[in-house]
Design a protein around this ligand. Structure first.
Ligand SMILES: O=C(O)CCC(=O)C(=O)O
Ligand SMILES: [Fe+2]
Length: 514
């Protein structure tokens, strides 16, 4: 699919570039053809208008006969127009395989609604191209270089995706925006088309209000619909039904519509607050235990260039290593993974499958893929002091987030003995090293829900944390998430290190507090 990785969205832009060039060629050919027709028309018309151009002149008589017997039939039966159309069709067919489909449009619409929800954005603002949290004095979360507004039809399509899944909370917000935009432009340029669209939006909006229990609104909108299309039987029946319901007191107009909790989240508010605050929570612990240091970790590898460690939390233990990789290395890793990216999956029982709560594409890189991957593994081993040789760690997982791409709160370690993670037979995931391979323009922080803080995307830095306690139990405090990317192309690389092989490097303890 296209929407689930920004790399694919960029490729889709390339596809449109090719279509654009085809269309330009088509316009050029067709304009030349029409110009030729125009010249023929003008020439013949001039002869017909000129009183001196009489067919008494044998030369003019000859050319008349030639025109009628040869020029006109050729002109009328020319397949030039058809050939131009065919070239356009062929160009389209060439890229057909690469075009986004219905599921992409749906995924893209869901992405906009996710950004609306998680970042508390108003639909009206978004439709106007502004990313400002609604009803707060906060500044915009993102100010694009080029501000673009959505069309009435764009808003209708987002609303329709919500409508089709029975999500009337979102369908009402987006269809309201569509209706008010259609009303504004109504009759301005293409009355027939605009009217059809306004009616369609009114129809869907009225039904959404009806389903949400707001009968009086459903009635008002249905009446407006009938103003444009008085003979519509279905809507006429609806109006009668709504009137009857209102008369019997069936309106729940006052009750506010609640956002559906489609996610599996119990801690949704905390999560969203962490995503919005962009890594600005005060630490509960104080220096000197929290702070920055140069680390050689007893490794000769780090002697000349120690790791730049920022300890972020002690419980759970989380550290950020700044400048862990170079820009060039990051580009190499992204380039190696790019062609192999596949929709990311999540563990579900014993299986792996794709899920709405993880929107990204990912690829696995072995250390034999390139010397850069190998060097990165050695550096991670030196910094963590852990054994990363297979099967003690998984291959490097490179992830590219998509439109509104995110990974809702989860644990990296297995929480069930049946998890596919145990297929490696090297125990659970004891620790995670996650490298930020890119910057983002807005959003995309890594939020630790129970630890109550979030890490903004710091390009080239590596985040480290222990997933397990020393007694082998999963550390519940490590629940974490990748917040939706508001703007930009977020890439990360994950290294998941397993328990086996670390016995002497991180010794066990029976104290559950360790
Ligand atoms: O992208 C992030 O910030 C978090 C990613 C993550 O938690 C994961 O891939 O397991
Ligand atoms: Fe994770």
């Amino acid at each position: 699919d296209t929407f689930s990785a920004l790399r694919s969205v960029r490729q889709a832009r390339g596809v449109e570039g090719r279509l654009l060039r085809r269309l330009r060629a088509y316009l050029r050919e067709e304009s030349a053809r029409l110009r030729r027709l125009g010249r023929f028309y003008e020439k013949v018309r001039a002869l017909h208008q000129d009183p001196g151009a009489s067919v008494d002149n044998p030369l003019l008589a000859f050319s008349l006969i030639k025109r009628l017997s040869s020029d006109w039939p050729r002109l009328v039966h020319s397949d030039e127009a058809a050939e131009n159309t065919r070239a356009l069709h062929d160009g389209f067919e060439e890229v057909q395989q690469e075009l986004p489909g219905a599921e992409d449009l749906e995924g893209a619409a869901r992405a906009l609604m996710r950004l609306q929800d998680v970042y508390g954005l108003s639909v009206k603002g978004m439709a106007n191209g502004v990313f400002q949290p609604a009803g707060t004095g906060r500044p915009p979360l993102y100010s694009p270089g080029l501000r673009v507004a959505l069309s009435a039809d764009d808003c209708f399509h987002v609303g329709k995706v919500a409508y089709d899944t029975g999500d009337y909370y979102h369908s009402i917000a987006w269809l309201e925006e569509a209706v008010s935009r259609f009303r504004l432009s109504y009759g301005s340029w293409n009355p027939e088309e605009e009217r059809g669209s306004l009616e369609d939006a009114l129809d869907h909006l009225a039904f959404s209000y009806f389903m949400a229990g707001n009968i009086s609104h459903a009635l008002t909108l249905s009446r407006e619909f009938l103003h444009y299309d008085p003979s519509n039987q279905r809507v006429t029946r609806n109006v009668a039904k709504y009137k009857k319901l209102l008369a019997s007191g069936g309106d729940r107009m006052g009750s506010p519509l609640r956002r559906p909790n489609a996610t599996r989240l119990q801690s949704r508010d905390a999560y969203e607050e962490l995503c919005q605050s962009l890594g600005a929570q005060p630490a509960t612990e104080q220096p000197p235990r929290l702070g920055c240091s140069y680390e050689t970790n007893g490794s000769p590898y780090l002697l000349l260039q120690p790791a730049k460690k920022e300890t972020l939390r002690l419980q759970p233990y989380i550290a950020l290593y700044h400048d862990f990789i170079s820009d060039a290395e990051a580009e190499t890793i992204k380039g190696l993974a790019g062609p192999w990216l596949q929709r990311s999956v999540v563990a579900s029982g014993e299986k792996q499958q794709k899920a709405e709560y993880r929107i990204s594409k990912s690829a696995w890189l072995k250390d034999t893929a390139d010397p850069v991957v190998r060097a990165l593994e050695l550096r991670m081993a030196a910094v963590t002091g852990l054994d990363l040789r297979p099967p003690y760690a998984e291959y490097l997982q490179v992830v590219n987030y998509g439109l509104g791409g995110h990974y809702e709160p989860h644990f990296d370690h297995a929480t069930s003995r049946k998890s596919p993670l145990y297929r490696m037979k090297s125990g659970n995931r004891i620790a995670t090293v996650m490298i930020y391979l890119s910057a983002v323009e807005a959003g995309g922080s890594t939020a630790f829900i129970y630890a109550n803080f979030s890490v903004p995307v710091v390009k080239n830095a590596a985040l480290f944390w222990w997933n397990l306690r020393r007694n082998g139990d999963g550390d519940g405090d490590t629940l974490h998430a990748g917040c939706p990317v508001l703007a930009g192309d977020k890439w990360v690389a994950n290294k998941w290190i397993h328990e086996h092989g670390q016995e002497f490097r991180r010794p066990c303890s029976r104290d559950p507090r360790d």
